[in-house]
Design a binder for this molecule. Sequence first.
Ligand code: ZN
Length: 200
Amino acid sequence: MDYFSGYISDLVEQFASLPGIGTKSAQRLAFYIISQPEEKAKKLAGSILAARSKVRYCKCCCTLTDSEICPICANPKRDKKTIMVVETPRDLAAYEKTGKYEGVYHVLHGAISPMLGIGPDDIRLKELMARLSSGEVEEVIVATNSSLEGETTAMYISKLIRPAGIKVTRIASGVPVGGDLENIDEVTLLRALDGRVALC
Ligand code: ZN
């Protein structure tokens, strides 16, 4: 990449290090930024820095938020007796987009994967168990992805929670095997939620 200036090469390299961005896209983005007014570049850089430094985990559900407690947990209209467990904030967003789920969430930030060396202590399971100890929760809906990792996590959660006498359900199939929730249409998501089954 010697035919570009060092600054351009550096910018291309930064973009190319992002998930889903190949070298060609990285070059396109870098040249686009350079062609724009300086103000626009400053705004983009500012947004990146602000998001990185200000965004934090909700103290209750562990999703990413700007405040101590996220707007969903802070909403008195949400049913705190039902917790839907998802892998990522993007999965939460997918179910929120349906506008039909009235409970609250718990975001694990990953799934158990023995192959990748990710164990139960590496995801936000302790925080989930702490929430359940309040005795307020009546149902935990496990909405992890239908991948091997998602299923492993669902079984683990079920075994962990059942002794506490709390109902544990799993969203129904209809969500394709290996499918990420965020890529699934709203109708399928709702059908999976309505058709959830008890885990045993
Ligand atoms: Zn929250």
